[in-house]
Design a protein around this ligand. Sequence first.
Ligand code: BGC
Length: 767
Amino acid sequence: MKQYLKLDEWSIIEEGFDPHNHEISESVFSIGNGFMGQRANFEEQYSGSSLQGSYMAGVYYPDKTRVGWWKNGYPEYFAKVLNSTNWIGIDVDVNGTSLDLAKCTVKDFVRVLNMKEGYLSRSFTAVMEDGKELKIESVRFVSIVRHEIGSIRYSVTPLNFSGELTFTPYLDGDVKNKDSNYDEKFWLEVFKEAGQGTGALTIKTKKLDFHVTSAMFYEILKNGEKLNLDAEIIEREKFVGNRVSVQANEGEEVSLYKYVANVTSRNHGLGQLVEAAREVLNTAVQAGFNALLSEQATAWCDKWKESDIVIEGDVAAQQAIRFNIFQLNQTYSGEDDRLNIGPKGFTGEKYGGSTYWDTEAYCLPFYLSTADSSISRNLLIYRYKHLEKAKENAKKLGFTKGALYPMVTMNGEECHNEWEITFEEIHRNGAIAYAIYNYVNYTGDFAYLGQYGLEVLAEISRFWEQRVNYVPAKDQYVMLGVTGPNEYENNVNNNWYTNRIACWTMEYTLDVLNYLEQNEPERYTELVGKLNLQEEETTKWQDIINKMYYPVDTERDIFLQQDGFLDKELVQVKDLDPKHLPLNQNWSWDRILRSVYIKQADVLQGLFFLGDRYDLDTKKRNFDFYEPFTVHESSLSPCVHSILACELGYQEKAYEMYLRTSRLDLDNYNNDTEDGCHTTSMAGTWMSVVHGFGGLRVKDGVLHLNPFVPGHWTSFSFKVMFRGSRLKVNVTDKEIIVLNETDIPAAISLNGKEHTISGMGDVKVAR
Ligand code: BGC
């Protein structure tokens, strides 16, 4: 664990340059706007270790699968969001020597991610080999107002000499992915053009024909005055740039303003890309850097109004929660229903930028509460649009009907290629069904069920119907050969969570059918026809629900994670020599699989999702049994435990778990932040605060809150949107105040007592 970042309520601050931390910082200081994202790579040349990353949302490459032993049913490719044109590049030469932080002495280095206003800045003094000193200051952002625009102000001041500064602003499409399966480059050049102060480059992917055009414009100012300079034009394969020199006296500041438009064929016709990029670029240039930056600040201010969490009395916690919210808002804006949330967002290559069950199980609640319901609806529609592919996927695996959603996907097709996950970690199908329930329960948008929801639910239920088998001797259904959420056990029989979520899906599907028959009879008939749904199918679902086998330990009165769980050696994590942890870095996979240790919530994931159906004692007995065997080696684990611990009144445990998730990347807790931030688990951190410490639940259309102030905090407040109203919940040791910031009245239950808060009104209760 490395703690080198400074504490601050609104910013992430790195002081002093340590190349060993650079790749971690490149992840942490990433900027994005839902449509593109950029790691905190340096603008100028850097010959030290770095993971270059400029990502365009939805622009991916189907990289041919690489496995040792092919198994029938494996996908042909793994989709990865590509490292795309390096649009930030500005090389700097001082009297012929390149500025490179790996080759000069760096003083007073400060890197700041300003989360309040949405930009990244950097300043430092470089002492070149010949003793020349330069002050460098840069500011860059990708606009959340103009989704295709990124801009940089890069200033150089000679501190102890007068001489020639040469700048090379460029666009470079000759980039690669570090995770390329066959070490190939994925881009081909289509078009390039460079003029004085301008450049445009179009590259396309070798497969799927995604085109990306970047267009740049720059201007140079000395002491605030614009200069007219002749530039040398540089063009080579997949590269355009200008090389331009400026004479600067000691103390004179030379600033280069670089504006870039990045447009893709996802949003523009192939023939119109260059024109579109130029148009977008021109309007940004006309607005000017300062205006762009100030509209960015205003837009971020609006976002914070919807989603900020304020924590008093603990700066580390305050910084962490804002960092998590900031990264989530940078990753997904919800305006494009073809996009989704990769586990690393736009901060690295790991997980390929593809979609996992993380979205439905962990991210959806954040967007439900902090954005208009159309945003979370779009996350659901993404899966609706993939339904046909999910049906094909089920067919490919030998099922005669139904849908199996992929473990990992970009366009609906499965990308994952480990049999124990691809074929067996099928609980993901349940999370997709659960998200429909979660969305409808939270928003009250029952119309969604008839429009899209039922079709997905019915096809998932059809899958479960075939995946279980009936055992006549037991007169029960079982489910064999699965991997539950705990990936530290594979190919187990009767994973309680999977059996439970399967039956829950069938129950909910039957409820929804019933609801539609009663409330939307015409649509019901239409859908039954479209789905060709037979009575024998629904009867079968009911039979499975009635006769499903669930493993239990009657002695402890707990649900069993799987049939063989109690045959394991039951040594708790606290009794394990800490030198073995993390297990995934110290033990063979074989040893992990045979052990009792649990990677992430499994039975407890079920008790969390289906919280209404289990009483506190049941939750307590299962929590007390499973948590001590849990190593939380998935970043998605601590949040579920934190929320359950809150409900059980285990406040210390809740806080301990919360700490493990909230500063995961800022403190590089898992030693892997250089690969990218754990973006989807950030939504889990948000849930730990709002669903955990805030006790938020929605039951029968009413928002329930049951908050307490944890740990070292003196108070905290959070905002949630609920059915048109926006509520600010402020919790101190003494009282809870819920303020309605909109004109729409809200019905809530506070610590078990119902209140209606009128528009702009509030309710206050003593604790
Ligand atoms: C977890 C999965 C998760 C994936 C991506 C894995 O380590 O076990 O549950 O979907 O990471 O975040």
